[in-house]
Every structure is written in C-alpha cells, then in structure tokens.
Design a protein around this ligand. Structure first.
Ligand code: ADP
Ligand code: MG
Ligand code: ZN
Length: 481
C-alpha cells in the first residue's frame, strides 16, 4: 500500500430502556411471552388510538444525557418517521428529528493510547418496531408486536473515533454509564444495546472526511472489531484502485466474515418527517431537571475513589469490581454484612470470574445474593466448613443461589472437629500407608503432608486440617516409642 490512511468512525447506538411499560401505552415491555400478548390498540397502530408519553422514558433519556454531558432540550418534540413495513403497524415510527431531547455532549474514553473525548451529537427518544418471524417450514411470515412500542434512546456520536479499540472503549463507557443509571441492561447479544457503525477512510492529513458506509447487525464486540477491520480494508482497496466508495448501508455477516450492500443512498427513503400531532410538546421544567440531577448515582470514577478510601483491597480488584454496577452493589452489600472486604473481593475475583468465564456469562448475570456470600464467608471463618467445601458450596450458590447454611446442613458438609470421630480414620490411614509412616520416622518431616492429604480425602474434605495434622503427629510419636 502506497498511501497512509486514517479510519473515521461514528456510531449510532440504540438502547432499550428498562421501563416496565412501553413508551406510549401501558403494555408490558417484558421480553418473551406469547407472541402479541403484550399489545393494545396503541402499540398495534389501530386507527383512533392515542399515544401518551411514559414519563419514565423521558427521565431515563435526560439522565443519560446528563451523564454524557449533554445540553437538555427544554422544549422537545416528537416527530413521525413515515415508512411502510409489516413490523411497523402505524406506518410511521414516533421518533425525534427536529428537537431531540439531548444535544452536544461528550464522554471520555480510555485506550492504550490514553484518554480522549468522543462527542455526542444528540440523543433522541423513539419507539421500537415489532418482530417478523419468517417461517420457512410453513412458508409464511408471522409478526409479533410485543416489541412494538418498547422505548429506545438513540445515541448518535460525532465521527470522532479512529479505530476499533476506541469504538469498543466508547461502547463500554456508554454501557457502564447506562447500567449504573439502571436505565438499561445494555446486552448486545440480546439486543438491548445495538450499534450501527458508520465508517469512512481518508488519507492522513486530509481535511475532508471520505464517503462513509453504515454497517448494521453487529451484536458483539468481536463482530464490531472484525467488521471495522474488514470495512477499512475494503474501502482502501477501492480507493487504491481509483474507484469511489458508495454511500450505502451494509450488513455484516459475522459467520462468513464479510459485509454486503443492503441499500444505497439512491434507494434511501424519504421519510417525510413531520411533528406528531397526537403528542404534546415535551417541556422539561427546572424542577424536573433538579430532581433527576439529585437522583444521579455515584458513577464509576467516584466509586473507585471511595473504594480506595474505604476498603483495603488492591486497586486491580477495585477496577474489575466497579466495571459492573451489579458486582459493585454485591461487593458493598456483602461487605456490609460480613465486614470482610478482602474476602468478599477474593470470592468475586477468583471463583466468580472463573465461573462467569466458564459459563460465558456477564457480571450482570450473577444470581447469588450478597447475603449468601456473606454467610459463606462467615461459615469458613467460624471453622464450620473448610476451603474446599466452601468452593463446592459456592458453585451451587453461583448456579442457583442456594442458602449456604441450609445447604451445608442438608448435605452434612460441616467440618469434623471431634478427635473421637477422626481417630478411626487417622488410624486407618496410618495402617494403609506404611511407607510414609516409615519415611516420617526416618526423619522425612514432609511425609506428614501426604498423610494429612489422605485423611482429608477419606473425610471428603470435611475435617479440620490443623487438628488432623496434630493428631497424626501425636499418633506417629506414640508408635515411635
Ligand atoms: P444521517 O443523517 O445520514 O443519519 P448523520 O450525519 O446523522 O447522517 O450521521 C450519522 C452517523 O454517521 C453519526 O454517528 C456520524 O458521526 C457518522 N458519520 C457522519 N459522517 C461520517 C463520515 N464521513 N465518516 C464516518 N462517520 C460519519
Ligand atoms: Mg442518522
Ligand atoms: Zn400497547
């Protein structure tokens, strides 16, 4: 390649808000459910039905705007975006074009190259569409309107990103802010966060941006990274051959690792936007703003600082724990209950992360309660169960949040501290391992380790290792006389 190219990327991110009901009616937003069971005349676009804005949607959108340093539009409006598609029963989508709720924000991201700002052009509120199900077996297409009217915000960035690493850092920053606000769970795989990537290339030093394409259908960070690298190469190849990049929407096929054109700008529809006459303009009062500001949570940077002051745990642990609001809450609540931040942190950093990875789950998916983790720690501290038994109980807790006290009791996992109960087992181990006994008596102190191990094994981990050690020593000394 003769020339040096720079990639320019801007994102349009859709986030499904965590409201109980839809944006313009009282239907449930719950995922799943019988097709078309969460519907009413409003969200199925029946003539004569009238939308009413869900106030929680407005509050979440403003909260996200404040967290991303946006200006809040005090008099916002909704507009109709007209298009025909069977998943859109009104033949228009209610969105915001002219006066979006938030504008001109920015978020700070951090990559291997340091910190930088990514500008937020705007954030607007809109409704989601239904879902088409193409049934090849029955040779028909079915439609499910349960998702129709689920509230979305669309966060439109400035074209400020230059590579995949910055894009991922930006998405992770947004995801964290929004999860901390409780405004959405932001799961890419489940579609509660969706990113469209706009990308162009230009020669380094060039002032104007190149022609961009937009890529859709990116539902993992891995897919986003691949799509960006691939699209950059494709555009550079075109330019090198003296051809032009066509402004178009492309669909990324992550299994095949390539993208294909969906529609070009020439096919772009004229959406004939106009203000929705059925909805009142939205006025955001000073009072409402103050209320939302007062409810903003402690965000990650502040939390990190506070943890450093309050808890004696490594900075590395703090970094990981605070990446997830859910994990941070769990940490704080368990610590408040058992008073042992280091031990709580160890369970999170060790077994929890190991099991999440093994099961390919996110920290947001953790199911065990802080109370049960605190109880488990107390059981170990009190000597009621041993380390290996605690791990076994923890796995059960991780899977189905069992109560550790109840589980230990029901499965007879309590540590045996009673010499009388252990004596028989220790004697048996000594009888079965004459070589180790001889080694020990011959001066090889280390041989006792093996004997302790055999006893613990015979006890299925449920014996007090200190006590076993002492008993073994005593009994070996006795027989030596
Ligand atoms: P449209 O009105 O066609 O949707 P916008 O101007 O709203 O276009 O931009 C949509 C997204 O594309 C924004 O996130 C923006 O940052 C990004 N974008 C715009 N121009 C470029 C470009 N030349 N290269 C990369 N991204 C771009
Ligand atoms: Mg746009
Ligand atoms: Zn409805």
């Amino acid at each position: 390649m003769s020339k040096n190219y720079e990639t320019v990327i801007g994102l349009e991110v859709h986030v499904e808000l965590a409201t109980k009901t839809k944006i313009f009616c009282g239907c449930s937003t719950a995922f799943g459910g019988e097709p078309n069971s969460h519907t009413c005349p409003v969200c199925t676009g029946m003539p004569g039905s009238l939308p009413v804005l869900n106030k929680q949607v407005l509050e979440y959108a403003i909260a996200v705007g404040l967290a991303t340093n946006c200006e809040i539009t005090r008099d916002a409006k909704f507009d109709r975006k007209n298009y025909f598609y069977p998943d859109n029963p009104q033949n228009y989508q209610i969105s915001q074009l002219y006066l979006p709720i938030c504008k001109n924000g920015r978020v700070e991201i951090e990559t291997g190259n340091g910190k930088k700002y990514v500008g937020i052009h705007e954030i607007h509120m809109e409704e989601d569409a239904g879902k088409l199900i193409h049934d090849e077996w029955e040779d028909c297409s079915l439609v499910d309107y349960n998702r129709s009217g689920v509230p979305l915000i669309e966060i439109v960035s400035e074209p400020d990103m230059r590579d995949a690493e910055e894009v991922i850092a930006y998405l992770e920053t947004l995801r964290m802010l929004i999860q901390y606000l409780g405004a959405s769970d932001c799961k890419l795989q489940e579609g509660s966060m969706r990113a469209d990537v706009n990308l162009s290339v230009r020669e380094v030093g060039e002032k104007e941006f190149g022609t961009r394409t937009e890529m859709k259908n990116l539902n993992s960070f891995r897919a986003i990274t691949h799509a960006i690298e691939h699209e950059r190469e494709r555009q550079i190849d075109l330019l090198e051959e003296g051809k032009a990049v066509v402004q178009e929407t492309r669909r990324w096929d992550d299994n095949r690792g390539y993208s294909y054109a969906m529609r070009s700008k020439e096919d772009a529809q004229d959406y004939r936007y106009f203000p929705d006459p059925d909805l009142m303009p939205v006025h955001v009062s000073e009072e409402m703003l103050d209320k939302i500001r007062a409810k903003q949570p402690e965000f990650r940077t502040e939390k990190i600082e506070r943890y450093k002051r309050e808890f004696d745990i490594p900075a590395y642990d703090i970094g990981i724990i605070t990446e997830s609001k859910h994990m941070a809450d769990l940490f704080e609540e368990a610590t408040a209950l058992c008073g042992q931040p280091k031990k709580v942190s160890n369970w999170l950093m060790g077994e929890t992360l190991r099991l999440l990875k093994e099961k390919n789950e996110d920290p947001e998916d953790i199911r065990f309660s802080p109370k049960h983790l605190a109880q488990l720690i107390s059981l170990v501290d009190a000597g009621a169960i041993t380390g290996p038994v605690a791990k076994e109980v923890f796995e059960k807790m991780f899977e189905e949040d069992v109560d550790p006290e109840v589980y230990v009791e029901a499965h007879g996992l309590k540590t045996v501290h009673d010499e009388g109960a252990l004596r028989e087992v220790v004697e048996k181990v000594l009888a079965q391992n004459p070589q180790s006994v001889a080694d020990y008596k011959g001066g090889k102190q280390k041989a006792i380790g093996f004997l302790v191990g055999q006893t613990m094994k015979a006890m299925k981990g449920k014996a007090d290792p200190g006590l076993v050690n002492r008993m073994l020593k005593e009994m070996l000394e006795e027989t030596a006389k």
